[in-house]
Design a protein around this ligand. Structure first.
Ligand SMILES: Nc1ncnc2c1ncn2[C@@H]1O[C@H](COP(=O)(O)OP(=O)(O)OP(=O)(O)O)[C@@H](O)[C@H]1O
Ligand SMILES: [Mg+2]
Length: 493
């Protein structure tokens, strides 16, 4: 059977931008390749019939990197924990290729753990198997929860022993391949400011607008005579749209109870998509100060600080953009961050609670605010799991239906300790009233509430202890079943 993956129709968009933006690299040669995860859902999205793809085809393509050139390590810099680092760039991955999915959207296939590059800075260019497993879990759970995110296409174990300070060593090596809308980062722009390369930045951003923001390109066509004005208008509109996307992304993370952990500007996509899942954690209990990365000693990237950090990263992005654009309209766009964040956060929380969101004529979400506030007050008062709270509500409604009386809604099924009584009663009465109002206004809401609860919550949130459970089985018995079972139940085909 021919390997379809070796004959895909790649579109050399980044390659054609020119060699200022990347370095051609070779993949490492690994002693062994063994497919550990494949995402059939994504193969279908790429227009490939999963039935025609054998596991060894994925190993050939994404472990041995057969028949694919050029592999491009992308150049970028970034602010890491507030300090500018001009030595970054793809140090353990490369852009494998870009192709259209079946919706016509350009997608990047990018690797992690595929060998050293000119940007490895003494690192080994590798990804641990546990790191790869964690990346699958984060991307697929976030996708399932409605967060705009990269996805994991496959994970190939590569048969080397790695030494790490934060994992029992030696540990196993792997290559992860993801699809992301782009691997262009805020840090890609920051590098061009560092090099005082305004022309290079303009070229990059016009490319971004043409390929990824077609509505903006169409709204401000660049023609002879008005080119400068049209380009400025495009780039200002791009920044305004990016502010909106990043505000929405931050809201989605917060509602998902997700702490990214390393919100450096080199981990911020120019399309506002979430990616790079290293020391992330899903909240166990709701706690704004929760910090995911052990090396984040000041809690800079704590759960509750993420919206502020995203806002700050967007302001940092103004520095390179100011080589091409006036500051004042950029600042004005940034002011939309807070209201967009607020209304999207409310909408995301509402749907986790099963409740409808209605919009006023300005697009703001009406009502429901109170239920969201009361949910946060309850979660602050009651040491219940964040994801477990929503899962408990979803299970109760799917098994017993909507409660006739508020008293019928029971906290006991919601796992954990006795809730602080007042917070529980406040929350319960509010939620009950809101669902009742929704159903009286629109009888179909009875099904819709249950459907939302099932759709926007996970039966089992992959908090750290759950990930460790999956990892122990893999590490000690090479048993991938618990991970696979969870993926099947919660996430992907
Ligand atoms: N083991 C390693 N060997 C070489 N370079 C590394 C290694 N680990 C991280 N790096 C590099 O250090 C920088 C910061 O790493 P970070 O964890 O943010 O990114 P990453 O997880 O490697 O990749 P991505 O951001 O594409 O998901 C990146 O430039 C990355 O390539
Ligand atoms: Mg990174």
């Amino acid at each position: 059977m021919t390997n379809l993956l070796l004959g895909l129709n790649f579109e050399p968009q980044i390659e054609s931008l020119g060699s200022d933006y990347w370095d051609v690299v070779d993949a490492a040669r690994f002693p062994r390749t063994e497919l550990r995860f494949r995402n059939n859902d994504l193969l279908r999205q790429l227009g490939i019939d999963p039935g025609a793809v054998k596991d060894h085809h994925l190993e050939q393509a994404y472990g041995c990197f057969e028949a694919r050139t050029p592999l491009l390590a992308l150049r970028y810099h970034g602010y890491q924990f507030g300090t500018y680092n001009p030595l970054l760039g793809d140090g353990r991955g490369f852009l494998y290729g870009q192709l259209r999915d079946r919706f016509g959207q350009l997608q990047d296939l990018g690797t992690k753990g595929s060998g050293t590059t000119p940007w490895s800075r003494g690192g080994d260019g590798r990804l641990t198997l546990k790191g790869g497993v964690r990346e699958i879990i984060a991307s697929e759970a976030l996708h399932r929860l409605g967060v705009t995110t990269s996805r994991t296409l496959c994970l190939v174990e590569t048969g080397e022993k790695l030494w790490r300070s934060d994992e029992p060593s030696p540990t196993r090596s792997s290559v992860m391949v993801r699809i992301a809308r782009t691997h262009l980062r805020f840090g890609t722009c920051e590098r061009l400011l560092h090099l005082r390369n305004a022309q290079g930045l303009e070229r990059l951003l016009r490319h971004v607008v043409d390929v990824y923001y077609p509505l903006i390109a169409a709204a401000h066509p660049v023609q002879d005579g008005n080119a400068a004005g049209a380009i400025e208008a495009q780039l200002l509109a791009f920044y305004a749209e990016l502010v909106e996307r990043v505000a929405r992304l931050a809201a989605e993370w917060m509602a998902a109870g997700f702490t990214h952990g390393v919100l450096n500007t080199d981990n911020m996509s120019l399309l506002g998509e979430s990616f790079d899942y290293g020391p992330f954690a899903f909240l166990d209990q709701w706690e704004p100060g929760f910090t995911a990365a052990y090396f984040d000693q000041t809690g800079l990237y704590a759960y509750g600080r993420q919206p502020g950090i995203c806002h700050n990263n967007l302001r940092l992005l103004q520095e390179p953009l100011a080589m091409l654009l006036p500051r004042q309209p950029l600042e004005q766009s940034l002011e939309t961050f807070a209201p967009i964040y607020q209304s999207h956060y409310r909408a995301c929380m509402q749907r986790r609670l099963g409740l409808p969101s209605s919009f006023d004529h300005n697009g703001n979400i009406e009502g429901g605010d109170d239920a969201v506030h009361k949910t946060l007050a309850l979660l602050a008062a009651w040491p219940v799991g964040y994801g477990a709270f929503f899962a408990g509500l979803a299970t109760q409604i799917s098994t017993k239906g909507l409660p006739e009386e508020p008293e019928a809604l029971l906290p006991v099924v919601l796992d954990g300790a006795e809730p602080a009584r007042k917070a529980w009663l406040d929350w319960r009465d509010r939620w009950w009233t809101q669902q009742r109002e929704a159903v009286s206004a629109e009888p179909d809401e009875a099904q819709a509430i249950n459907a939302r609860l099932q759709r926007w919550n996970l039966v089992k949130t992959p908090i750290r202890s759950v990930i460790e459970e999956f990892w122990q089985a893999i590490d000690q018995h090479d048993d991938w079943q618990p991970l696979q079972a969870w993926l099947k139940a919660s996430c992907v085909d």
